[in-house]
Write a protein that binds this ligand. Sequence first.
Ligand SMILES: Cc1cc2nc3c(=O)[nH]c(=O)nc-3n(C[C@H](O)[C@H](O)[C@H](O)COP(=O)(O)OP(=O)(O)OC[C@H]3O[C@@H](n4cnc5c(N)ncnc54)[C@H](O)[C@@H]3O)c2cc1C
Ligand code: SF4
Length: 502
Amino acid sequence: MSIGVWILGDQLSENQSALQSCGDTKNLPIILIESLNHIKIRKYHKQKLVLVWSAMRHFAAELQDKGYAVTYQESEDFITALKTWVTENKITELRVMTPNDKPFLQTIQNLNLSCKIILIPNNQFLWSREEFSEWAKTRKSLLMEDFYRQGRRKFSILMDNNKPVGDKWNFDQENRKPPKGKLNTPSAKWFTPDAITTEVINKVKSLSDDLTYGKVDNFTWGINRQQALEILDWFITYRLPNFGTYQDAMVTGENTLWHALLSPYFNLGLLQPLEVIQAAEQAFYQHQLPLNSVEGFIRQVLGWREYMYGVYHFVEEEYKELNYFNHTQPLPEFFWTGKTEMNCLKQIFQQIENTGYAHHIQRLMVLSNFSLIAGLSPQEVESWFHAVFIDAYDWVMQTNVIGMGLFADGGILASKPYGASANYINKMSDYCQSCVYNHKEKFGENACPFNFFYWHFLYQHREKLQKQGRMSFILKNLDKMSTAELESICQQAEGWHERETN
Ligand SMILES: Cc1cc2nc3c(=O)[nH]c(=O)nc-3n(C[C@H](O)[C@H](O)[C@H](O)COP(=O)(O)OP(=O)(O)OC[C@H]3O[C@@H](n4cnc5c(N)ncnc54)[C@H](O)[C@@H]3O)c2cc1C
Ligand code: SF4
């Protein structure tokens, strides 16, 4: 029997299960494939393509240096490259770690190869799919907070015997400080592209604009495990101490604030969740870092990230098509061009075009929020998110966009829709200060679209929203509105789409 391993582009770890399953096999044949057809399924941010392909090339070189027999193939499709490699290496058993994304599993299952294909259970997450399913099956609702607490116990993170350190599981209340005055944000760690990355940048630049989005000349992301570890170290030293306090803040020109910038590396397998969580925990004990920051960060990785992956594999295939509010408005063209007068959106579109990155609150409370209250089609929005972010993958996008951002799953994941008016954006950012719209006005020529859309959304979906207990307070405010005010709001919201699409 001759075994070979196919390493997918988001499985770039020596600890990944397919490699591990082969033990110390000398000269183990390994293949990595850059497929052009694969990137024709949807648009990708140019920097994402550079990141993935450069990281694959660097990883292949590292494995080669360690004595593996690595084939790195640039190809039109996977099957042609695989067939040639299987024949040339007389492979009888191809091992692949089960992909994170469901569509890719389908791709593997549809391969017609002369050898056996063995899928090795994925070990890139702390909770296996089976463990998550065991946890989820016993519950009435899939509350993230319950899952997170279970994770703290299971992996003994920030625990004092059976109690959470600091006597509280969650310090979120302390992590919502609005940005006021000069913030003295720490710099972020970036890298100058090396020869391999420069070659990939040139390849990506040569691709048709129909396949790609965004700018690439300013690419400064890390591209291998060594650089990912340096970014982790930088984050722990300079950013983690204040991560919590301004976690929800948004400031013009401050694209990253105290955020970790680690998602691209996690999602490629260059960093393992437990090593990152333990590094943060160790810094807490060694340097007495504020608990609200350390707990807040650990909750993102041990809680939200694992939870999103678990839910993605737990729910049915139809999840991606859900549309609880029956929203069908098409995605406005300005999502691609960035040409809008709404300053909050404009700033974030520019940032994404330049870097492929926006932080969580920008994604949730501006981009998704607008898409939700303006009634945009969840599937079109999800597709857009997938195309423009550096860290986008099916497993993380579906749950975050369809579930968390747009509530299109009717509450499988979130306990209420994250809809908000300009009031929230004005409180948590400086965007409204330089906007042509007035964040206080609900309707009229200068009214902020977030306002008339918000109230129109509440009005339109009153019945469904009433079922969410946490919405009753805000619905009372809707009841206080006069009929004339409501009519003006609805007219303006409905007219907006007509104007936008004509
Ligand atoms: C609508 C929407 C779309 C999103 N799309 C993606 C995506 O395509 N890829 C992606 O990795 N994350 C996505 N997220 C989650 C989160 O916004 C990003 O992980 C985070 O902004 C990445 O930046 P960071 O590393 O600086 O994160 P930090 O704010 O510093 O958080 C630390 C880490 O926690 C993890 N994390 C936090 N929240 C989540 C979450 N909700 N889901 C999964 N992981 C989480 C990430 O790995 C992140 O690196 C999305 C969130 C929303 C609301
Ligand atoms: S006024 Fe409205 S559109 Fe303008 S920045 Fe504020 S929330 Fe955004």
